[in-house]
Ligand binder design. Structure first.
Ligand SMILES: Nc1ncnc2c1ncn2[C@@H]1O[C@H](COP(=O)(O)OP(=O)(O)OP(=O)(O)O)[C@@H](O)[C@H]1O
Ligand SMILES: [Mg+2]
Length: 360
């Protein structure tokens, strides 16, 4: 039986975000070169061209924007870019830039050719955004001196640099900012075979021998996300060390992941509770979001923002104008038989991934 944990929507095992401790663990597993970076073939090839042609010309490459969901390798790629260029890397983030002065301080101290990584770029303060446009285009910042009507802008040249921006919400970037990036890398979820390769690489680095079946099993449960794959790998490794001989086998992988309630398709307790309610209490839907949320004892926002994106993306849940509907795949996955008149999401609206559309 699903019991919500009041006050905490932590979903340790399958959350795409990294906790503070996890960031430490991740550092050790980060690939350092483009060759070590698994998957995202198109992005890798395009990026490699951008970087190496700039190197040939002896100039700083175009600014690069990386967009995509959490845990897919944006920070990793930013570091690889600096590494491939053999350039120093400066790291800051949108929330750290509250005033344009914060940005001016960073920009005016960049060295020639330096890579500036601006994480969560969509969260930067508006006035700083405008300063950034000019810096990106003309390698110049206008420093404001004085206040009010007497204020003057003093132009200051800065060293040519390469901006690498990362965002999980490209849609929130103002068009003039987006347009100033010469190259946008759109990161996609990984397929299980790519995740397996990542897992084998990580198991080597962690000195935790893993057989092929275990790798495939962990990959299947990782929701297309390298961060989740590496996290599940560490959980299975812990299990294998304490309950086994340290080798990661299919059995240890299954036992460990069952213990952490990550099922064969990567669904966790909340995901399963939602599907279960939808099927057993509402005949598979359609049912409104808020009704469904009450049925599982969670806030609507949690259901919508935390659980639904993956359920929809993997085809377990459909969002229709009349409410949420369990798909045949979901009935099958939960081992339940749909009633003969089940709706099955007829007239399903295509999910645009914006999460903004239907919330009856
Ligand atoms: N293509 C890849 N090959 C190997 N490992 C990867 C790859 N992509 C990501 N990883 C691993 O996944 C973890 C998370 O990646 P990263 O921190 O780069 O994600 P992110 O996109 O920046 O996430 P966020 O949006 O939360 O900042 C890292 O530890 C990294 O080692
Ligand atoms: Mg990151």
């Amino acid at each position: 039986m699903y019991e919500p944990d009041p006050g905490s929507h932590e979903r340790d095992a399958v959350s795409p975000e990294a906790g503070t401790e996890e960031q430490q663990a991740e550092r050790a597993l980060r690939p350092r070169t483009l060759d070590d970076f698994v998957g995202q073939e198109r992005v890798r090839e395009q990026l490699s061209l951008v970087l190496h042609s700039a190197q040939r010309r002896g100039s700083a490459p175009d600014h690069v924007l990386m967009s995509g969901p959490p845990g897919l390798g944006k920070t990793t790629l930013a570091m690889i870019i600096a590494g491939e260029l053999n350039a120093p890397l400066r790291i800051t983030s949108g929330p750290a830039i509250e005033r344009s002065g914060d940005l001016a301080a960073v920009l005016s101290t960049l060295q020639e050719g330096e890579v500036l990584f601006l994480d969560e770029i969509h969260r930067m303060a508006r006035p700083a955004e405008e300063m950034l446009y000019v810096a990106m285009e003309d390698f110049r910042v206008d420093v404001m001196v004085g206040k009010g009507p007497g204020a003057t802008a003093i132009p200051l040249d800065i060293a040519p640099f390469t901006l690498v921006g990362a965002t999980t919400r490209a849609g929130l970037l103002p068009a003039p900012l987006r347009d100033r990036f010469g190259f946008t890398a759109q990161m996609d979820f990984y397929d299980p075979e790519e995740l397996e390769r990542i897992l084998h690489r990580s198991s080597g680095l962690l000195d935790a021998p893993m057989d092929a079946e275990a790798g495939a099993e962990i990959a299947r449960r990782s929701r297309g996300t390298p961060r989740i794959a590496n996290r599940l790998l560490r959980r299975v490794r812990d299990y294998a060390e304490v309950r086994g001989d340290g080798t990661l086998t299919l059995d240890t992988a299954r036992a460990a992941l069952d213990l952490y309630e990550v099922d064969a398709s990567g669904l966790d307790r909340l995901d399963r509770a939602i599907l279960d309610s939808l099927m057993t209490k509402f005949r598979g839907g359609p049912v409104g979001l808020s009704t469904l949320a009450v049925a599982v004892g969670e806030e609507s926002e949690t259901v919508e923002a935390v659980a639904e994106p993956f359920l929809v993306r993997s085809g377990f849940l459909a969002r229709t104008p009349r409410g949420r509907v369990a798909t045949p795949l979901a009935w099958n996955h939960m081992g339940l038989t749909p009633p003969p008149d089940a709706a099955f999401g007829a007239g399903v609206e295509a999910d645009t991934g914006t999460g903004a559309s239907v919330t009856p």
